[in-house]
Design a protein around this ligand. Structure first.
Ligand code: PLP
Length: 328
């Protein structure tokens, strides 16, 4: 209906501003995981290099394999960053046509240097043909990501992380290079076919039923981003990160993430002190707050995470810190 076309027409330019792109930002009625599948289904013909430094990047590797794409894995110790020189070394063989990288590894609180990694990819022997696929699920709208300036091919995100919306929508900026590549890739699937999604988007439509209620929320939230100012929003996230680390250091709680790569949206701590995280959370819940235990079997109880993303304000964090201190 025309009301929905108008709604998507209002949303699209604002989404492009957030992704810092003049190309398209596809809208999907799925969570971000769907677009992981979409990114590899649409752009990989030969072999993908999956960069892994935590649980989410490892799952994107699994998604790549389960979609039948050939791959190799560049894995570093979880909590450490992926560095441009490591990527360059692996791409030197010239056999890859895509890399997957998670901008902000939520499981370990590490921000990978995607701008520098993208530059390293472009300097590889066949660098111009390599698709740079970026998961920006827990960074987009909280950390500056310059899609066009960094020369990325796909950057995807979900509605329920730094966008601070209900779950159920995901978005992907897609370069012209990636759209041209998609035309050469057989078996792109149906629901996440970038060509179909793009064709509809050009008419401010979606190929299947859109999640209309969530699109209204998105339209309002994008206006809120613009009212705050994107630069102010990024700065707020950085100061919440700095305050969280400073507070933790004063409590004698060491960081788990590598120094210099600490995420602006979620801080991950090494639970050397053996704090009982579920008991702490039970206490916090009574006051309407919660933190996250370490992600998955490998990191549970060994680490814990404090989120400072989306609409969270410094005053919320101060309230949380006071509560944790009184528990400890
Ligand atoms: C949450 C998360 C995902 C999964 O996204 P869904 O929207 O839950 O499908 C993927 N990558 C990262 C880095 C995440 O934080």
């Amino acid at each position: 209906m025309p009301e929905c076309t108008d709604l998507i027409g209002r949303i699209s330019p604002k989404l492009r501003q957030v992704f810092m792109t003049e190309s398209r930002v596809l809208i999907s009625a799925s969570s971000g995981t769907g677009l992981w599948e979409g990114a590899v289904r649409n752009t990989v013909n030969r072999k993908a290099l999956n960069c892994v430094n935590g649980a989410f990047s490892d799952r994107w590797r699994e998604v790549t394999e389960l979609n039948g794409k050939a791959n190799e894995v560049l894995e570093v110790e979880w909590g450490q960053p992926i560095l441009p020189e490591m990527v360059a070394e692996r791409l030197a063989t010239g056999e890859f046509d895509a890399i997957t990288i998670v901008h902000n590894e939520t499981s370990v609180g590490v921000l990978n240097p995607v701008a520098e990694i993208a530059a390293a990819v472009r300097s590889a022997p066949n660098g111009d043909e390599i698709m740079i696929l970026v998961d920006a699920v827990s960074s987009m709208a909280g950390v500056k990501l310059e899609f066009d300036a960094w020369d990325l091919d796909v950057a995807l995100t979900s509605s329920q992380k730094a966008f601070a919306l209900p779950a159920g929508l995901s978005f992907a900026a897609v370069s012209d290079r990636a759209m041209a590549k998609a035309k050469t890739v057989p078996n792109r699937g149906y629901y996440f076919d970038f060509i179909t999604l793009d064709k509809s988007l050009q008419k401010n439509q979606t190929p299947a039923t859109p999640a209309i209620s969530l699109l209204f929320a998105l339209d309002a939230q994008l206006d809120a981003f613009m009212a705050e100012g994107l630069e102010n929003r990024y700065a707020r996230h950085l100061s919440m990160r700095d305050r969280t680390i400073q507070w933790a250091q004063a409590q004698g709680l060491p960081l788990f993430s590598a120094a210099g790569y600490e995420s602006p949206t979620v801080s991950c701590f090494d639970n050397q002190a053996g704090i009982n995280i579920s008991a702490l959370n039970k206490y916090l819940r009574e006051q309407g707050m919660i933190i996250s235990n370490g992600y998955g079997a490998r990191l549970k109880d060994k680490t814990f995470r404090i989120a400072h993303m989306g609409d969270i304000q410094m005053s919320d964090l101060e309230e949380l810190f006071t509560a944790i201190e009184s528990y400890l």
